[in-house]
Design a protein around this ligand. Structure first.
Ligand code: GLN
Length: 536
């Protein structure tokens, strides 16, 4: 089958969930047996989101090939089990960088380099890059931002040109917002009409409209929107708020979004998508009533997207264990000796979050000491694992000023230290140890038992590492380095076998947890939390 391109744009306001709609459509097409991938084009000028802080952009996701990516790529992977790469996330910055490099090389042969056609050609080249591999039947391309933004204009111009060139092999899905005015008790279609007009002014006629709404949209309102926007009535689909994002593929399928897309693209669609495993997950999600309470200790807990992949990985694991995840956010900057008892007492398991910099770090040590002394299941991820090591050094090994050199360059016990390969690096963008690396476990360790394997590959995003000079001291005192990188010896996993479940990973297992393939270490942690709850 010739590769088909589906473009997803957004109108009216941001945060409508284009990523979830794109993921849901991909999930349905994949369940019909097609080879699908999703890519995101972000109109900002940063080369990638790796240099953006979570206040700006939520979590930074990491692909297996070590690209720091938009968090929507996390949704793509969780909904489809596909592995994305650097090619799945392109920003304006990358487009311009590549065009400017070409200009400096002289590739444009004396021509004036312009937004049209040079920037738009570069966008089109990137849109088609995954399609040209021949590995996919459908490429879903999500355009970040909102129609009408100055920044997204070149991307929309590229979409217009591609639709013209590709004919029925290209399709545009536009997501808009339909507000409800409570005082008038009315659903309002005007913002949708305006945003479609804006798209049309740019030369793009949407084929499918997805209406985000908090209320049911009556059939006559849908017909009205169809009429004003030149879209078939059955191609106006609504996406009403649901209690879990994982139900969106089902609500889309109930309105035949997958069939409409296939019909409009002249693809035959025999039968139904194979959604049985997905439905099993949803059934468990709905059936779970018994809670498991997990505390997440971090400094960005007020931002709902800052630890997105961790939240989702915990949810996957809890759901498969037939428990309802109750996630309690614990602000690491506000956690002190005075209130740690009160804040952690009712909790079944504690996650110490990843992060950068000194802010909030003392609260992580306070939480870790309490958890270690009370033998609560505890899971440290990346900086969380590094804090586990520092707290142990300070309070068990008696190294009072032990620290990471990220936090204190003058510490006499740098138990966490900058990796050698990092010492000569000055640019901050894209220079961490990124992406998937192997980790080999000590046979019989908690980590090996959790994975049911002695070797795994998980993703990383860090500059600092466990300082191997201290390995013996830690091992003898009961914190064991049970996971190592086979090539460099870098410590990937530490654990305390004397505890119920006390383990830290230098890598980020949350990035690889999906609905149909939950991450084993999260499953093991959640099971330990459930056991602990039952014991209490
Ligand atoms: N700041 C730490 C490092 O660079 C941990 C990074 C993280 O938690 N992702 O090593």
């Amino acid at each position: 089958m010739e590769t088909k391109y589906i473009f997803v744009t957004g109108g009216v306001v941001s945060s409508l969930g284009k990523g979830i709609i794109s993921s849901s459509l991909a999930c349905l097409l994949k369940a019909r047996g097609y080879r699908v991938t999703i890519q995101k084009f972000d109109p900002y000028i940063n080369i990638d989101p790796g240099t953006l802080n979570p206040y700006e952009h939520g979590e930074c996701y990491v692909t297996v090939d070590g690209h720091e990516a938009d968090l929507d790529l996390g949704h793509y992977e969780r909904f489809t089990d596909i592995q994305t790469t650097r090619a799945n996330n392109v920003t304006t910055g990358r487009i311009y960088q590549s065009v400017i490099d070409k200009e400096r090389r002289g590739d444009y042969l004396g021509k004036t380099v312009q937004i049209v056609p040079h920037i738009t050609d570069e966008i089109k080249r990137n849109v088609k890059a995954l399609g040209n591999t021949g590995k996919f039947d459908f490429i879903i391309t999500e355009i970040g931002g909102v129609v009408g933004d100055i920044e997204s204009l070149p991307f929309l111009e590229a979409v217009r040109q591609l639709r013209w060139e590709l004919g029925r092999s290209a399709l545009c899905v536009h997501l808009t917002y339909v507000p409800y005015i409570a005082a008038a008790k009315e659903i309002k279609t005007k913002p949708t009409q305006h945003s479609v007009k804006q798209l049309q002014q740019l030369g793009i006629q949407p084929d499918v409209l997805v209406l985000r709404t908090e209320h049911d949209i009556p059939a006559d309102v849908r017909r009205k929107i169809a009429l004003f926007c030149n879209v078939a009535t059955d191609a106006v689909v609504d996406s009403k708020d649901v209690d879990s994002i994982y139900k969106v593929p089902l609500t889309m399928h109930a309105q035949k979004l997958d069939e409409i897309v296939l019909r409009l693209m002249d693809v035959k669609y025999p039968g139904e998508p194979h959604m049985a495993p997905w439905l099993d997950f949803i059934a468990k999600l709905d059936a779970a009533t018994e809670p498991v309470t997990i505390g997440l200790v971090g400094k960005y807990v007020e931002l709902q997207d800052a630890y997105k992949s961790i939240n989702e990985a915990l949810l996957h694991a809890a759901t498969y264990a037939d428990r309802k995840l109750r996630l309690v956010y614990i602000h690491s900057e506000k956690l002190t000796e005075a209130d740690v008892d009160e804040k952690l007492s009712g909790i079944d398991g504690v996650v110490i979050a990843p992060g950068f910099g000194r802010r909030g770090i003392e609260g992580k040590f306070t939480a870790l000491r309490w958890c270690r002394e009370h033998d609560v299941p505890t899971f440290g991820i990346c900086l969380g694992m590094q804090c586990m090591v520092i707290e142990f050094a300070r309070n068990v090994l008696g190294m009072a000023d032990a620290n990471s050199t990220e936090m204190d360059t003058k510490t006499t016990h740098p138990v966490i230290d900058l990796m050698d390969e990092q010492k000569s690096i000055s640019n901050l963008g894209g220079t961490m140890r990124l992406g998937a690396y192997d980790c080999v476990f000590r046979p019989g360790s908690l980590a090996a038992r959790a994975y049911g394997s002695e070797q795994v590959r998980e993703r990383h995003r860090h500059r600092f590492e466990f300082n191997s000079d201290y390995r013996n001291a830690f091992e003898q005192a009961g914190m064991e380095c049970v996971g190592l990188n086979p090539d460099t010896g870098l410590v990937e996993v530490v654990e305390m076998p004397s505890k119920r479940w006390f383990l830290g990973t230098q890598y980020h297992p949350e990035y690889s947890s999906t609905v149909l393939s939950p991450n084993p270490i999260f499953k093991s942690f959640i099971q330990a939390a459930i056991n602990y709850r039952n014991e209490k």
